[in-house]
Structure formats: structure tokens, C-alpha cells
Design a protein around this ligand. Structure first.
Ligand code: HEC
Ligand code: HEC
Length: 301
């Protein structure tokens, strides 16, 4: 009996040592990724100051690129993920108020944060959707920054993200693209946007910068959102297979009200409250684009 007990103690001890070694390995690897410093060459983007451009930037930031979803309705900062296993991730205060970055970030640093997911100090911004934003045209990017520059100051101290064990495992094993900076090329050129209008081409642009593709997947067939919190609901199938029960009209109603044609609710993290502010023409363009996407069964991104 005591021999058995001794053996059991040895096995338990060995397992504890292995767990300890793995935990240290995960910590060291994730810490290296979290503290990594990335260099991106400055890009120059014209930041307009006229009121039409600021209004365009406001519309983009609220309804299309949905900066408000993570940085708060006043862009003064907000917490988006707060679950001990993942950690606590907040979008920073982008205004010139106390605790805000608006006064300290240069235009080039704003461009780098938005297009490359890299902070002014070089760290990789967690869950900042720069993979999508790297497709913003120079004009639209300039308009968004012009709007950020015009914001009323908000005094709010926002802490930088902290990482829990699940986030650290995801980072250490590269199982989830939590850092857009690892995905976006360092030299992705500033492309032009297609002319705005109710066209599939403009709809494709909106679906990219609006995150529809980021969450619903490269083929839009839905499934688990790899760059999100693991507890998030999976995204729906937006290919013609998934949207078979929709018409242009009910699609617009769904985006405006968060209600599907069958009466069911569309839940978080689908950002329909922000998307609801898109114009009719923008929604029609996205619908026109979705009709051109190859039909595909749910999932299988
Ligand atoms: C899905 C959530 C999310 C969305 C949407 C988002 N951000 Fe962020 N953003 C973050 C988080 C989280 C941080 C802080 C991350 C960190 O420090 O690791 C951040 C940081 C930033 C920073 C700080 C850069 C620095 O030097 O520290 C800027 C600027 C920024 N975001 C601008 C924007 C703009 C403009 C938009 C819309 C075009 C936007 N963000 C949309 C999550 C988001
Ligand atoms: C942050 C991730 C995210 C973004 C960005 C996003 N979605 Fe979604 N969407 C979801 C999730 C998750 C669901 C499923 C919600 C549920 O099951 O209740 C969903 C559901 C939907 C539905 C309901 C589909 C059905 O089966 O009835 C539509 C329509 C939709 N999204 C369209 C869009 C469009 C268009 C865009 C871009 C403008 C977009 N989504 C952007 C996550 C996202």
C-alpha cells in the first residue's frame, strides 16, 4: 500500500512539474509576443479639416468601421472583453481629454494604429481590427482621423489590456489571431476605394472595412470568430445559402432592428446597433455584394 502511495505521489509530482513547465513556457512565449516591438514605416495621409470630411469620418467611425464598438460611444474609451480567463481588453480613449491619446498621437501614429495595429510605442494592439482597416482608402482613413481630431475631450483613464491564461495560451500557440499586426503586411499599399454607389464592388469594400468579412469569415460562410473572445456566439452564414430566407428589404430591416425575417433576435457580438446607422444605399450595396458571393454551407472558414 505504502509502495503504491509512493508511486502515486511520484506520478502526481511529475504531472505537477509538467504542468508547471508548460505554464512557464506559455507565459514566456505569450509575454514575448505581448511585449514585442514592431516597426512600420511612416505613411503620409492627408488629414482634411473641412466639415464635409469630418461628417464623412463621423459616419464611417460610427456606422461602418464601428470604432465606437470598442472605443465607446464618445470614443473616450470602453471595455470590450472583461472575463478573467481571457483578460481585460479596452479600446483606448481617443479624445484629447485627460487619459486620452488624442493630444499625444501624431497623424502618422494614428495611421499606423488603424492600418497596422501597432501602437505609438511599437506594441501590437490586441483585437484592434486592422486587418479590415488596412483596406481603408487614403481618403476615408483621412476622414476618420479628421473626425477623431474633432472629438470633444473626454476625461477617462483607460488601462492597457491585461491577459488571462486562455488569451496567453491562444497567443503562445498562435491559435487565434489576436494581434492584427501579425497578419497585416508591413507594406500593404494604400488602395483606392471603388466609387461609392449601390454596386457590388462598393458593397465589397464596405463589407471589408465594416468587419462583415472579418467576423463572418473570408468566404462569409460563418462559424467561430477566431480573433474574438472564445465565448462569443459564432457568426452566421451570409452567403446566398445562409441568407436564402432574406430579401433586400428584410436584410435592411435586420440590420436596422436586429431582427431576422423569422422574428428571431440577432445577438451580440453582431454589431447591428452601429450597422443600423448605415445609409440605405450602403446596405443595398452590401446586399448586392452578398448576392455575388459563392453559396457555401455554414462554417468551414
Ligand atoms: C474590436 C475592437 C476595436 C475596434 C472596432 C477598434 N479598436 Fe482601436 N483599439 C482597440 C484596443 C483593444 C486597443 C488597445 C490595444 C492595446 O493597447 O493592446 C485599441 C487602440 C487604438 C489606438 C491606440 C494606438 C496607440 O498608440 O496606443 C488607436 C489610435 C485606435 N485604437 C484607433 C481606432 C480607430 C480610429 C478605430 C475605428 C476605425 C478603432 N480603433 C476600432 C480595439 C478596437
Ligand atoms: C464582431 C463580429 C461581427 C461583425 C463585425 C458583423 N457580424 Fe453579422 N453576425 C455576427 C454574429 C456572431 C452573428 C450571429 C448572431 C446570433 O446568432 O444571434 C451575426 C449575424 C448576422 C446576420 C443574421 C443572419 C441570420 O442568419 O439571420 C446578418 C444578416 C449579419 N450578421 C450581417 C452582417 C453584416 C452585413 C455585417 C457588416 C456590415 C456584419 N454582419 C458584421 C457577428 C458579426
Amino acid at each position: 500500500m505504502s509502495k503504491l502511495l509512493r508511486r502515486l505521489t511520484l506520478v502526481v509530482g511529475a504531472i505537477a512539474v509538467i504542468i508547471g513547465v508548460v505554464a512557464i513556457g506559455v507565459y514566456v512565449l505569450s509575454e514575448r509576443a505581448i511585449r514585442a516591438s514592431v516597426t512600420v514605416a511612416d505613411e503620409s495621409v492627408v488629414i482634411p479639416t473641412d466639415s464635409a470630411s469630418i461628417a464623412r469620418g463621423r459616419h464611417l467611425a460610427r456606422a461602418v468601421t464601428k470604432c465606437v464598438d470598442c472605443h465607446g460611444h464618445d470614443l473616450g474609451g470602453a471595455t470590450i472583453v472583461d472575463a478573467p480567463p481571457m483578460g481585460k481588453f479596452s479600446g483606448m480613449n481617443l479624445t484629447r481629454g485627460k487619459g486620452g491619446l488624442g493630444a499625444s498621437l501624431s497623424d502618422a501614429e494614428m495611421v499606423r494604429a488603424i492600418r497596422h495595429g501597432v501602437a505609438a510605442d511599437g506594441h501590437k494592439l490586441v483585437i484592434m481590427p486592422s486587418v479590415e482597416y488596412s483596406s481603408l482608402s487614403a481618403e476615408d482613413l483621412g476622414a476618420v482621423i479628421a473626425y477623431v481630431r474633432s472629438l470633444a475631450p473626454v476625461d477617462r483613464e483607460i488601462a492597457r489590456p491585461t491577459f488571462g491564461p486562455v488569451a496567453r495560451v491562444l497567443i503562445a500557440t498562435s491559435a487565434a489571431p489576436l494581434f492584427a499586426a501579425d497578419v497585416v503586411g508591413r507594406a500593404v499599399p494604400l488602395a483606392a476605394a471603388p466609387p461609392s454607389g449601390v454596386t457590388a464592388a462598393y458593397g465589397a469594400y464596405l463589407a471589408k472595412i465594416g468587419g462583415c468579412v472579418g467576423c463572418h469569415g473570408p468566404t462569409l460562410s460563418g462559424g467561430k470568430i477566431p480573433q474574438g473572445d472564445p465565448s462569443w456566439l459564432p457568426a452566421a452564414n451570409l452567403t446566398p445559402t445562409g441568407l436564402a430566407g432574406y430579401t433586400e428589404e428584410t436584410f435592411i430591416t435586420a440590420l436596422r432592428t436586429g431582427v431576422r425575417p423569422n422574428g428571431g433576435a440577432i445577438n451580440f457580438p453582431m454589431p447591428w446597433k452601429a450597422a443600423a446607422e448605415m445609409t440605405d444605399d450602403e446596405m443595398k450595396a452590401v446586399w448586392a455584394y452578398l448576392k455575388t458571393v459563392p453559396p457555401k454551407a455554414y462554417g468551414g472558414r
